[in-house]
Unconditional design. Sequence first.
Length: 64
Amino acid sequence: MSSLTLSPAQSDAEIWENLKGAIASSSGFERWRSERSADAEIQSLSKEQQVRIYLRETLETLAY
């Protein structure tokens, strides 16, 4: 049986892809998107950009 060894960069990229997918399918993210449905600028961004903004806003809220 062969083992697959990922470089740190590949591993990080794979983790981010999985995390981004989990966040994008979460009810919190979907609620956040629906609350911003009238914001054409947010809606025009890629899913990755939206996830990054959602994470930043969520962490800023938690920091208070």
